[in-house]
Design a protein around this ligand. Sequence first.
Ligand code: AMP
Length: 434
Amino acid sequence: GNIVGICVDRSPEMLVAILAVLKSGAAYLPLDPEFPEARLAYMMEDSGPAAVLTTESLRSRMPCGVRLLLLDSDELKVALSKTPDSNPQVKLRAGDAAYVIYTSGSTGRPKGTVISHHALAAFLNGIGEHIAFGAGHVHLAVTTIGFDISILELFMPLCHGARVVLASRDDARDAAALARLVRSSGANSMQATPSHWLMLLASDRACLKGLRVLSGGEALPRETAVALCEAADEVFNVYGPTEATVWASVHRLSGNDLSSEAPAVVTIGRPFANYRMYVLDHCLEPRPVGAAGDLYIAGAALAQGYLRRPSLTAERFVADPFAVPGDRMYRTGDLARWRADGTLEFLGRADQQIKLRGFRIELGEIEAALKALPEVSQAAVIVNDGPGGKELVAYLVAANGTSCEPENLRAVLSERLPDYMLPSAFVTLEVLPL
Ligand code: AMP
């Protein structure tokens, strides 16, 4: 029933720490060491971890009053050497939490999604029917543990006797370094967002030879799919939100998806075992094939909800009218339609949540952070097509008698928001008198 934070750099110890927390019966809370201290402090204050596993070099980033276990301290090493190396005898219940992952929050506060062991097992079993892992597989893991898609990368190989190669943060970000690692590690499986795949394709297309490509987290444009299918062995498009445990639907790409008559965005496929998906209208009636509607997900892999946020949970996790009483479905906020072939087409969002280079961002959270500054009276943030691709632009109205210097705003925001949520440009607007 406890939550245990994990704030360590990408290393084998990170993976050991995750497995250790799960074995202890607690839920792990990933804390990305690159996040601003204020955000890390907020996540710890909100979730109240019993302890945080970290290292000496990251200690200074931890807030006061949190119990720290320093993995590289002599004290902990001595303590560990005195404990048995057998599995702890913990009686887990299926509903016990396995992890809590924070995502951007539209009201300005990130929210923690709580996933149970039952949901985690439902996901791992369900996806395994479509994307097999076995002794011959070498999966190159590139995603921070702060995002739930890391769970496929770390747990699927280990559950099935395959090998995980952990890419360092720097290697994962740098296309040339990542391409070298793909080659030198002998990887034959890797999962990344379409933006990440594009980066790799642009740098060294040939390194994808022999690779099983899993693409997810963002819409997969047909053009990217064509390039991936030409370069790699096998390509899957996977779709799902954190609230439904990693992925909910899968599609293995074939020639039909690549022809010039195929839709510009690759289908997100069909829900796999333990998941159900519905396309509904505002009265929760199913939409006919070809008609757009709100996409809902139901089944064994749904989250328990948001940590200590009952009203937000009730808003998004609603009664499933197509199942037995008590079953719930999650309103994803995505728009979709069924195709005649029984697969689902992703049509975008119905709200202000966006994906920018694979990162899930609520524009409302950036706006709230801006409006909290004394020099800002109003703020709106949008995504624009910039010279280097999509970028965030903030439009502001300065509070009376103040001025908004972009550099100052950026510096103050960077103390609260991760880098990927910082606007590239700030535009101050004048309010004209009526
Ligand atoms: P996250 O919780 O970070 O996994 O983000 C979930 C959201 O990412 C979904 O609700 C979709 O808006 C988007 N998403 C994830 N996978 C795909 C995909 N394969 N195609 C289109 N959108 C996707």
